[in-house]
Design a binder for this molecule. Structure first.
Ligand SMILES: Nc1ncnc2c1ncn2[C@@H]1O[C@H](COP(=O)(O)OP(=O)(O)OP(=O)(O)O)[C@@H](O)[C@H]1O
Ligand SMILES: [Mg+2]
Length: 151
Protein backbone atom coordinates (compact mmCIF):
# COMPACT_ATOMS: atom_id res chain seq x y z
CA UNK A 1 0.00 0.00 0.00
CA UNK A 2 1.18 3.51 -0.72
CA UNK A 3 2.23 5.64 2.19
CA UNK A 4 2.34 9.35 2.51
CA UNK A 5 5.73 10.82 1.71
CA UNK A 6 8.16 11.91 -0.90
CA UNK A 7 11.07 10.03 -2.41
CA UNK A 8 13.54 10.72 -5.16
CA UNK A 9 12.77 8.16 -7.83
CA UNK A 10 16.36 7.28 -8.68
CA UNK A 11 19.27 9.54 -9.45
CA UNK A 12 18.98 9.09 -13.19
CA UNK A 13 15.57 10.62 -13.67
CA UNK A 14 15.74 13.49 -11.18
CA UNK A 15 11.97 13.21 -10.86
CA UNK A 16 10.45 13.33 -7.39
CA UNK A 17 7.80 10.75 -6.58
CA UNK A 18 5.21 11.66 -3.95
CA UNK A 19 2.19 9.87 -2.63
CA UNK A 20 -0.87 11.30 -0.94
CA UNK A 21 -3.13 8.67 0.48
CA UNK A 22 -6.01 9.21 2.87
CA UNK A 23 -5.21 7.30 6.09
CA UNK A 24 -7.81 4.57 5.84
CA UNK A 25 -7.59 0.86 5.24
CA UNK A 26 -8.87 0.36 1.75
CA UNK A 27 -9.81 -3.15 0.70
CA UNK A 28 -10.06 -3.84 -3.00
CA UNK A 29 -10.70 -7.11 -4.71
CA UNK A 30 -8.17 -7.04 -7.52
CA UNK A 31 -5.97 -9.24 -9.64
CA UNK A 32 -2.81 -8.07 -7.87
CA UNK A 33 -0.16 -8.63 -10.58
CA UNK A 34 -2.35 -7.02 -13.22
CA UNK A 35 -3.24 -4.05 -11.05
CA UNK A 36 0.43 -3.62 -10.18
CA UNK A 37 1.21 -3.64 -13.88
CA UNK A 38 -1.43 -0.97 -14.49
CA UNK A 39 -0.04 1.29 -11.75
CA UNK A 40 3.53 0.76 -12.93
CA UNK A 41 2.55 1.63 -16.49
CA UNK A 42 1.15 4.95 -15.25
CA UNK A 43 4.20 5.71 -13.09
CA UNK A 44 6.52 4.72 -15.90
CA UNK A 45 4.81 7.14 -18.29
CA UNK A 46 4.74 9.99 -15.82
CA UNK A 47 8.45 9.63 -15.11
CA UNK A 48 9.34 9.10 -18.77
CA UNK A 49 7.47 12.19 -19.96
CA UNK A 50 8.87 14.42 -17.20
CA UNK A 51 12.16 16.32 -17.15
CA UNK A 52 14.69 16.48 -14.34
CA UNK A 53 13.22 18.52 -11.53
CA UNK A 54 9.70 17.38 -12.33
CA UNK A 55 7.40 15.60 -9.94
CA UNK A 56 4.97 12.72 -10.02
CA UNK A 57 2.27 12.40 -7.41
CA UNK A 58 0.07 9.40 -6.74
CA UNK A 59 -3.05 10.00 -4.71
CA UNK A 60 -5.85 7.75 -3.60
CA UNK A 61 -9.12 9.29 -2.49
CA UNK A 62 -11.42 6.95 -0.64
CA UNK A 63 -14.31 7.05 -0.41
CA UNK A 64 -14.61 9.03 -3.63
CA UNK A 65 -17.93 10.78 -3.90
CA UNK A 66 -17.30 13.00 -6.91
CA UNK A 67 -19.20 10.99 -9.51
CA UNK A 68 -22.54 9.31 -9.86
CA UNK A 69 -22.00 5.57 -9.69
CA UNK A 70 -23.87 2.44 -8.79
CA UNK A 71 -26.13 3.31 -5.81
CA UNK A 72 -24.83 1.78 -2.59
CA UNK A 73 -21.34 1.18 -3.99
CA UNK A 74 -18.14 2.77 -2.74
CA UNK A 75 -15.42 4.03 -5.04
CA UNK A 76 -11.75 4.85 -4.78
CA UNK A 77 -10.10 7.30 -7.12
CA UNK A 78 -6.44 6.84 -7.94
CA UNK A 79 -4.81 9.78 -9.68
CA UNK A 80 -1.28 9.87 -11.07
CA UNK A 81 -0.31 13.49 -11.72
CA UNK A 82 2.89 14.70 -13.30
CA UNK A 83 4.42 18.02 -14.25
CA UNK A 84 5.71 16.68 -17.56
CA UNK A 85 5.03 17.08 -21.26
CA UNK A 86 1.26 17.09 -21.07
CA UNK A 87 -1.14 15.86 -23.73
CA UNK A 88 -2.75 17.94 -26.46
CA UNK A 89 -6.54 18.14 -26.14
CA UNK A 90 -7.06 16.35 -29.45
CA UNK A 91 -5.03 13.37 -28.13
CA UNK A 92 -6.60 13.09 -24.68
CA UNK A 93 -8.78 10.09 -25.66
CA UNK A 94 -6.41 8.71 -28.30
CA UNK A 95 -3.61 7.96 -25.83
CA UNK A 96 -5.51 4.86 -24.66
CA UNK A 97 -5.55 3.45 -28.18
CA UNK A 98 -3.36 0.59 -29.32
CA UNK A 99 0.07 1.76 -30.57
CA UNK A 100 -0.84 5.44 -30.21
CA UNK A 101 2.11 7.73 -29.46
CA UNK A 102 1.92 11.50 -29.65
CA UNK A 103 5.48 11.81 -30.90
CA UNK A 104 6.40 11.58 -34.56
CA UNK A 105 8.03 8.22 -35.19
CA UNK A 106 10.85 9.75 -37.21
CA UNK A 107 11.98 12.12 -34.44
CA UNK A 108 11.29 10.03 -31.34
CA UNK A 109 13.06 10.77 -28.06
CA UNK A 110 11.19 8.27 -25.90
CA UNK A 111 11.25 4.48 -25.81
CA UNK A 112 8.08 2.44 -25.97
CA UNK A 113 5.50 0.73 -28.13
CA UNK A 114 2.38 2.73 -27.44
CA UNK A 115 0.82 -0.20 -25.59
CA UNK A 116 1.08 0.68 -21.90
CA UNK A 117 -2.09 2.75 -21.63
CA UNK A 118 -4.03 0.42 -23.91
CA UNK A 119 -3.21 -2.46 -21.54
CA UNK A 120 -3.83 -0.33 -18.46
CA UNK A 121 -7.29 0.64 -19.72
CA UNK A 122 -8.11 -3.03 -20.32
CA UNK A 123 -7.00 -3.88 -16.77
CA UNK A 124 -8.97 -1.06 -15.13
CA UNK A 125 -12.09 -1.81 -17.19
CA UNK A 126 -11.61 -5.53 -16.50
CA UNK A 127 -12.03 -4.62 -12.82
CA UNK A 128 -15.22 -2.69 -13.56
CA UNK A 129 -13.45 0.67 -13.34
CA UNK A 130 -13.06 3.62 -15.62
CA UNK A 131 -9.93 5.51 -16.62
CA UNK A 132 -9.49 8.93 -18.16
CA UNK A 133 -6.80 11.51 -18.76
CA UNK A 134 -6.70 15.23 -18.06
CA UNK A 135 -4.14 17.77 -19.22
CA UNK A 136 -4.15 21.50 -19.71
CA UNK A 137 -2.10 20.90 -22.86
CA UNK A 138 1.40 20.27 -24.17
CA UNK A 139 4.00 21.16 -21.55
CA UNK A 140 1.45 21.52 -18.78
CA UNK A 141 1.48 18.11 -17.10
CA UNK A 142 -0.93 15.21 -17.10
CA UNK A 143 -3.24 13.44 -14.68
CA UNK A 144 -4.45 9.92 -15.29
CA UNK A 145 -7.47 9.03 -13.13
CA UNK A 146 -8.70 5.54 -12.41
CA UNK A 147 -12.01 5.08 -10.62
CA UNK A 148 -12.43 1.68 -9.03
CA UNK A 149 -15.01 -0.09 -6.94
CA UNK A 150 -13.84 -0.45 -3.34
CA UNK A 151 -15.21 -1.57 0.00
N1 LIG B 1 2.08 11.03 -18.43
C1 LIG B 1 2.11 11.34 -19.73
N2 LIG B 1 2.51 12.57 -20.14
C2 LIG B 1 2.54 12.89 -21.44
N3 LIG B 1 2.17 12.04 -22.46
C3 LIG B 1 1.76 10.82 -22.09
C4 LIG B 1 1.70 10.39 -20.73
N4 LIG B 1 1.25 9.13 -20.69
C5 LIG B 1 1.04 8.78 -21.99
N5 LIG B 1 1.35 9.78 -22.82
C6 LIG B 1 1.22 9.77 -24.29
O1 LIG B 1 0.43 8.66 -24.65
C7 LIG B 1 1.18 7.78 -25.48
C8 LIG B 1 0.73 6.37 -25.21
O2 LIG B 1 1.16 5.96 -23.92
P1 LIG B 1 1.54 4.43 -23.70
O3 LIG B 1 1.93 4.24 -22.29
O4 LIG B 1 0.42 3.62 -24.24
O5 LIG B 1 2.76 4.20 -24.70
P2 LIG B 1 4.33 4.46 -24.53
O6 LIG B 1 4.65 4.90 -23.14
O7 LIG B 1 4.74 5.35 -25.65
O8 LIG B 1 4.94 3.02 -24.79
P3 LIG B 1 4.85 1.72 -23.84
O9 LIG B 1 3.94 2.05 -22.71
O10 LIG B 1 4.33 0.65 -24.72
O11 LIG B 1 6.26 1.49 -23.38
C9 LIG B 1 2.63 8.09 -25.18
O12 LIG B 1 3.51 7.72 -26.22
C10 LIG B 1 2.57 9.61 -24.98
O13 LIG B 1 2.52 10.26 -26.24
MG1 LIG C 1 3.87 3.78 -21.51
Amino acid sequence: MLRQGSVEYGFQTGVTLESAVTPVDLVMNVDKPRMEQAVLNLLNNSIKFSCRGGSVKVSITYPYTGAAGIPGSAYALMAVTDTGEGVASEDIMKIFGRFFQAEEHTTRKYQGMGLGLFITKKIIEGHGGIIWAESKGRGLGTTINALLLAS
